[in-house]
Design a protein. Structure first.
Length: 246
């Protein structure tokens, strides 16, 4: 028994594989678990290659757990004649806990890792679909998920580099140059929205700040990227180091 049989829906891949893939047996269980492990491994490798907080094992475990509990739901529905199997709340809670743990916070209490969290949730749905024997749906979900995670970052980076707001890490050779730096920033067409001194560098001889900037000059908005603006600021003699924060 699977979702397709209960809803009288035809899955092209299940039809091609044969009736064994639509039933709940040892071979179909092994096939579904293997399928979701392979697909989630590919997604996990994509995340791990970019050094995100949740990598290969995390994605595989979330998908494996979702698929396994879905299979158990189907088994109990078949054994006790429950009719339509229910998705286990235990799986949803487990996925939520693992997803929530991947949300990190920076030193300035900014949320990090949201894409990885969303990816974990998506992989849990991938596990639900595979466990239910929805092979075609599983592959479609996998194709879209991988395309979103691997294909959109470059476009997202382009949009961020053209946004009016960005954050920099600034190291001055002496705090006496801070006032001059602020004057230069204003002449360039930038506004300082927030500035925080980094106490971790105390005693190093450097004055270190995290600064949030807004581009208000129409010319800068139209022609300059964040990278070009940072490079222009870097040319100042009293700047020891400067970089844009992601």
């Amino acid at each position: 028994m699977n979702i397709l049989q209960l809803a009288h829906i035809t899955d092209p891949i299940a039809d091609f594989l044969g009736s064994w893939s639509q039933e709940l047996n040892v071979f179909s269980i092994l096939f579904r678990i293997t399928l979701v492990i392979v697909l989630s491994s590919i997604v996990g490798c994509e995340r791990a290659s970019k050094r995100h907080s949740a990598g290969l094992r995390t994605f595989v475990l979330v998908s494996f757990t979702s698929a396994t509990v879905t299979l158990l739901d189907l088994f109990f529905a078949q054994t006790f004649s429950l009719g339509v199997p229910m998705l286990s709340a235990a799986t949803i809670v487990a996925a939520a806990l693992m997803s929530g743990n991947s949300v990190l916070f920076s030193s300035r209490k900014q949320i990090k890792g949201l894409t990885t969290s969303a990816g974990l949730w998506s992989c849990s749905i991938l596990g639900f679909a595979a466990g239910a024997g929805l092979y075609t749906v599983t592959l479609i979900l996998f194709a879209f998920l991988l395309s979103i995670l691997a294909g959109l970052p470059s476009f997202e980076t382009y949009l961020k580099n053209r946004s009016n707001h960005f954050e920099i890490h600034l190291e001055l050779t002496d705090s006496r140059y801070l006032q001059e730096f602020i004057a230069v920033i204003r002449r360039l067409g930038l506004r300082i929205d927030d500035m925080e001194a980094n106490q971790a560098y105390r005693g190093s001889g450097l004055s270190v700040y995290t600064i949030t900037l807004t581009v208000f000059s129409p010319e800068l908005k139209k022609y300059k990227t964040h990278r070009e603006i940072v490079e222009a600021i870097r040319s100042l003699d009293y700047i020891y180091h400067i970089e844009e924060l992601n």
